[in-house]
Design a protein around this ligand. Structure first.
Ligand code: ADP
Length: 449
């Protein structure tokens, strides 16, 4: 294969695949490289959904939402530290990104609630199967259809520039081929975050030392170093998110959609202690204050039936089940009497339509059907909000706020979109939208250079 192209994309998560397909469709030749032996990055693990406002899927379900409401929720969730120009791109493109994926064959027809959202806007496959694996499959199939040159086991090492500072290619290291240059007018960094690299995490936020992570092994942040060596400015690296519900038994992340669809959180004393669908930072902090620094997701068969993903967790053996709440309590050493009272109280709140105890904004269903389930959960490091600084065209900037010509960034490797805290469902939205923007911009740029 030849090693000269218009655009090189580094990383095969949702951002990298979206960028590759979008650049191709704008007429660019593309090489996509991935350092791991498998595609999909962390994106393929995403379970919650793809946030988008004012979509056909929402309208078909009679859900009222607006671009402005998604903007407000995103800014509030990010503690208003987000870059408003990037949030604008995220929210105004969100419907278009759902349509783009749908046109390529994705099923994003199920719409559910995630933390910090004032409407149901998390789009996922019918029946609530994992959104990330589906999105990656659809993008991969479309990349294959377009004959995009994809190289696994190939790590991006260093950006090559000419004397004027324009990007001219990338030094890579193939597992079998060794080091070689790929010549290109544009490089898109879509290398994801660094949640799996606890040394890097703990240096930035010492409170998180020793925390387990939900991420795949490639989420180490070497892309950040590649960008920094090319002169990229960084932003918000200190904002690192714990996901509140990592299964203590299996180390697997339990999607927020379980709570969105009706599960409650209780402590070992059998009591609720938080609005279950608050933002991730608040939910995580609340769980760490409970006995044993963990809590239980409690739900019934009606919640189970509403979300296919739950059967996966049951299959992994991390979900104790019993016919009554008292028996469930016995299995997990939770106060069963208190648990029974808590669920009865919660069910009256569902009937009244208002959570006067903790202000939970959605009360989708009472918990009174059939078997009961408990998943012990604790926070795990999930997402790194900070990263390389980009503008609204996904161009990477240096410390003087100037664009580095030919260098683009998209997805978790970038900072600014999510401020201090990312809302559930906004990652898939981010990577598809900014991946597309980066791909299209890089293709257009490469034609001129
Ligand atoms: P996003 O959600 O932003 O698309 P992901 O974590 O899903 O990010 O994907 C990033 C991908 O980039 C991962 O598969 C990771 O292994 C890969 N990657 C990270 N650093 C490099 C690198 N230096 N060279 C090639 N691939 C990389």
């Amino acid at each position: 294969p030849k090693d000269t192209v218009d655009v090189v994309v580094v990383g095969s998560g949702g951002a990298g695949f979206s960028a590759s397909v979008a650049a191709h469709d704008k007429g660019a030749s593309v090489i996509l490289i991935e350092k791991e032996p498998v595609i999909g990055g962390n994106a393929k693990l995403a379970a919650g959904g793809m946030n988008a406002a004012w979509t056909d899927q929402q309208k078909a379900k009679g859900i009222e939402d607006s671009v402005d409401s998604m903007r407000k929720d995103t800014m509030k969730g990010g503690r208003d530290l987000n870059n408003p120009a990037l949030v604008d791109v995220l929210v105004t493109h969100s419907k278009g990104s759902v349509d783009w994926m749908t046109a390529m064959g994705a099923d994003l027809n199920d719409v559910g609630r995630m933390g910090g959202a004032s409407a149901n806007r998390s789009h996922r496959p019918t029946g609530g199967a994992g959104v990330g694996a589906h999105v990656i499959q659809v993008l991969y199939d479309n990349a294959v259809k377009r004959d995009i040159d994809m190289r696994m086991n190939t790590r991006g090492i260093e950006i090559l520039k000419d004397d004027s500072g324009k990007v001219k290619g990338l030094l890579v290291k193939g597992m079998y081929k060794g080091y070689y240059w790929i010549k290109a007018d544009a490089v898109i960094l879509a290398t994801g975050g660094f949640a799996k690299n606890n040394d890097r995490v703990a240096k930035l936020d010492p409170k998180l030392k020793g925390f387990i992570s939900t991420n795949q092994p490639g989420a180490t942040g070497d892309g950040i170093d590649v960008a920094a060596n090319a002169g990229a400015a960084m932003q918000d690296l200190q904002y690192i998110q714990a996901h509140p519900t990592l299964s203590v038994k299996g180390g697997v992340m339990v999607t927020e959609a379980v709570r969105g669809n009706g599960a409650i959180l209780v402590n070992r004393e059998g009591k609720r202690f938080v609005n279950e669908i608050t933002t991730r930072d608040k939910a995580s902090a609340a769980i760490l204050e409970q006995t044993g620094k963990s809590a239980y997701l409690i739900f019934d068969d009606s919640v189970r039936k509403s979300l296919k993903k739950i059967d996966k967790y049951i299959g992994l053996g991390v979900v104790p089940t019993a016919d009554t709440l008292v028996n469930l309590g016995k299995l997990e050493n939770i106060d069963g009497k208190a648990l029974t009272e808590t669920v009865a109280r919660y069910n009256t709140l569902v009937t009244s339509g208002k959570d006067t105890d903790f202000g939970r904004p959605n009360l989708p269903r009472a918990l009174n059907e059939g078997n009961y389930y408990a998943i012990e959960v604790t926070p795990g490091i999930h997402h790194t909000m900070g990263g390389v600084k980009i503008d609204s065209k996904a161009e990477i900037m240096n410390a003087k706020q100037q664009v580095i010509p030919g260098l683009y960034g998209a997805g978790e490797v970038t900072g600014g979109v999510h401020g201090a805290n990312r809302l559930g469902g906004n990652a898939i939205s981010d990577i598809i939208t900014f991946g597309r923007v980066a791909g299209e911009e890089a293709a257009t740029y490469s034609k001129k250079n």
